[in-house]
Design a protein around this ligand. Structure first.
Ligand SMILES: Cc1cc2nc3c(=O)[nH]c(=O)nc-3n(C[C@H](O)[C@H](O)[C@H](O)COP(=O)(O)O)c2cc1C
Length: 306
């Protein structure tokens, strides 16, 4: 499995770890890079000191490149950009908008910028501003989504038709079949978040992982607010949220086991497909095997029809 993203991002396999606030930190990022993909450190919620410690720890555990996320609506995003430049980070996953000034500064300094987009206009705009690739974030995804989010199945080919830079598909993908489908739709890489919440190296309390392993296709809800929506694990707290402020107050601390039941936490629809919690390396091996099986199934179907 190769695409031009392997060269652009200096990786062996075009798989990307979704930045997840206070989850995509050194243990998970380094394991993902070691398996051959591009790990991404989530900067949201990190102090400068913690950011530098995480970067140092990742570099101790792997000599492979990794990315950092700048979520532009997060307080301190400009500071994170300065930290990335000071630490000579090679790749930025830019999300929650794409300010022209920030982008040109990153590009001037030679960084590779991958922009998260929710629709075709955003993808065209990002390409026009000079990003190196776009990440289509479908409605199925964990994390914050656009108010009028589009599902991955229509979003990936529409964006692939609209831009000539590489497209990375995110949202609703957790195995080799999903990766094969995304590549068939025109993506050249795949970014996953939820799949790696249930991995050995993911630094969250086991109660969250167990909930995901028990979860089904209908265990998440799309909670809509004035400026965005967020996909949450379905529990009484999530079902009774009354607004944006109560949402932030009710957010779980991923290190606390009781929060998995009593507070709100984000996870993608694809949780229903996840039944095991192996190491990151094993998940990569399963994905590659599943991708090959899906490809040969399609080849068989194609040869029957000729
Ligand atoms: C718990 C959690 C936290 C997230 N935090 C962030 C974040 O800080 N920044 C960001 O750009 N995306 C964030 N996301 C979105 C992921 O990076 C990724 O786009 C998404 O998980 C992909 O969809 P999937 O969950 O179906 O794989 C988060 C997702 C989850 C599940």
């Amino acid at each position: 499995m190769k695409s031009r993203l392997c060269e652009i991002c200096s990786i062996r396999v075009p798989l990307f770890l979704g930045p997840m606030r206070l989850v995509s930190t050194a243990p998970l990022v380094a394991a993902f890079c070691q398996a051959g993909g591009l790990g991404c450190l989530a900067s949201a919620g990190l102090s400068e000191k913690r950011f530098r410690l995480e970067v140092e720890e990742i570099r101790k555990q792997t000599s492979s490149p990794f990315a950092v996320n700048i979520a532009w609506t997060t307080p301190g995003a400009q500071k994170v950009m300065a930290w990335c430049l000071a630490e000579s980070i090679g790749v930025v996953i830019s999300s929650a908008g794409c300010p022209e000034a920030g982008l040109s500064r990153l590009k001037e300094k030679g960084l590779t910028v991958l922009q998260v987009v929710a629709n075709v206009d955003q993808a065209r705009n990002a390409e026009g501003l000079g990003v190196d690739g776009v990440i289509t974030k479908g409605y199925e995804s964990g994390g914050l989504n656009a108010r009028q989010a589009v599902a991955s199945l229509p979003l990936i080919p529409m964006v692939a038709d609209a831009v000539s830079i590489p497209v990375i598909a995110a949202g609703g993908i957790a195995d080799g079949r999903g990766v094969a489908a995304a590549l068939a739709l025109g993506a050249e890489g795949v970014l996953m978040g939820t799949r790696f919440l249930a991995s050995q190296e993911c630094p969250i309390h086991p109660n969250y992982k167990e909930a995901i392993l028990r979860g089904s296709d209908t265990d998440t809800i799309d909670a809509q607010f004035q400026r965005f929506s967020v996909r949450l694990w379905k529990n009484p707290t999530a079902l009774n949220l009354s607004g944006e402020e109560p949402l932030w107050e009710a957010m779980a601390d991923f290190s606390r086991g009781d929060d998995a039941i009593n507070k709100v936490w984000s996870v993608g629809q694809v949780a229903g497909l996840i039944t095991r919690c192996p190491s990151v390396q094993e998940i990569f091996e399963d994905i590659i095997t599943g991708f090959r099986e899906a490809s040969s199934r399609l080849q068989k179907i194609s040869s029957l029809s000729t």
